[in-house]
Design a protein around this ligand. Structure first.
Ligand SMILES: C[S@@+](CC[C@H](N)C(=O)[O-])C[C@H]1O[C@@H](n2cnc3c(N)ncnc32)[C@H](O)[C@@H]1O
Length: 325
């Protein structure tokens, strides 16, 4: 799967620390402080998987560094920023260089690594604390849908296949993290859930292009956005129940909370980076670049119309915290 933020529109980048990570500060910092008490003589490795340009993670990182420095001023802190190879790593490098300068901590090291979150990305037993926010709704492989571009339960065909891929992805994600985590270390995953109305509108507007003869049936089949925001808590819990020993992970916390994304912002501009790349890659299988751009422009124009009276985008965030046994 290749998911890419549209690079020429930097105003679209996400900065959702207050919505995503700030509500988890106590949840993570309490067990992390306890972990630090018994890990005073080694470097502390922090990782953000699917960091994008880092915006959501850096305020949280600043706080974590504060926690580590409270107990030790002589420990190296190694921070790894991860995303898939299509990410804008230049923007990320600029951002983290500025952050490192501002922190002025001679024992703070920063690394960037490209990698697929469903594969092993870091050495065995290396992570002390990992974060992964708003990433695993992206599935590891394209889904085959004839009529829709996005999955909505009860409306979309191929539901069983989507559930199978989603379950396998979650299992793969946990197994790879388990290999990378140190004994006793912690990992927080924030997962975007729900929003069926929004995904239905995105699908319907694309189908309208077909009904108006702007795109063909083949374009419809070629174009899907491989996202599942409809996993249940039971689906997230299942691997911990069924395969705790095999996984070597213990579930410490799972909960769901409602959140409003893009409040008083342009919703279509917020959604565009998530949708654009999938549209481009689907449509460009049969069309030239200019035609693809024109169809995308029309699609987003139509979406602006559909969302013109919307004040926000309601989602749930599922927070999952687990620990390596
Ligand atoms: C919506 S952004 C979230 C960025 C950031 N974590 C945050 O919370 O603001 C999703 C990120 O996940 C990355 N991503 C999606 N699928 C991935 C995969 N299979 N492996 C690694 N990164 C992936 C994308 O490149 C993108 O940067």
């Amino acid at each position: 799967m290749e998911y890419k933020i549209k690079l020429d529109e930097p105003n679209l980048s996400m900065n959702n620390y207050h919505l995503i990570l700030e509500p988890c500060v106590e949840l993570v910092c309490k067990p992390f402080d306890e972990y630090l008490e018994t890990h005073t003589n080694c470097p502390i490795n922090l990782v953000d998987f699917g960091t994008c340009e880092r915006q959501t993670f850096l305020p949280f990182l600043e706080l974590l560094i504060g926690h580590i420095r409270r107990s030790s001023t002589s420990q190296e802190i190694v921070v790894t920023f991860h995303d898939q190879y299509t990410n804008d790593f230049n923007a990320l490098a600029r951002n983290i260089t500025a952050f490192q300068k501002a922190m002025n901590d001679p024992l703070l090291r920063m690394y960037i690594i490209p990698g697929n979150v469903y594969r092993q990305c870091l050495p065995n037993s290396s992570i002390d604390l990992g974060i992964c926010s708003f990433v695993i709704q992206w599935l590891s492989e394209p889904i085959k849908l004839d009529k829709h571009i996005l999955y909505v339960p009860g409306e979309t065909e191929n539901e069983a296949e989507i559930k199978r891929i989603s379950a396998q992805d979650w299992m793969d994600f946990l197994m790879k993290r388990s290999m990378e985590m140190k004994k006793g270390s912690l990992f927080l995953v924030n997962i975007m859930c729900g929003s069926s109305e929004v995904w239905t509108i995105l699908s319907n507007e694309f189908y309208q292009l077909y009904e108006r003869d702007i795109i063909s049936k083949e374009d419809l089949r070629n174009t899907t956005i491989p996202v599942n925001t409809f996993r249940t808590e039971a689906e997230f819990i299942a691997p911990f129940k069924d395969s705790t020993q095999e996984l070597g992970l213990q579930l410490l916390h799972i909960s769901r909370r409602p959140t409003k994304l893009y409040e008083n912002k342009d919703i279509v501009s917020g959604l565009k980076p998530c949708v654009f790349y999938s549209l481009m890659s689907g449509l460009s299988k049969t069309r030239g670049a200019q035609e693809v751009q024109e169809i995308c422009d029309l699609y987003f124009q139509n979406l602006k119309h559909r969302f013109s009276s919307w004040k926000c985008f309601d989602v749930f965030i599922c927070d999952v915290l687990f620990q390596k046994l």
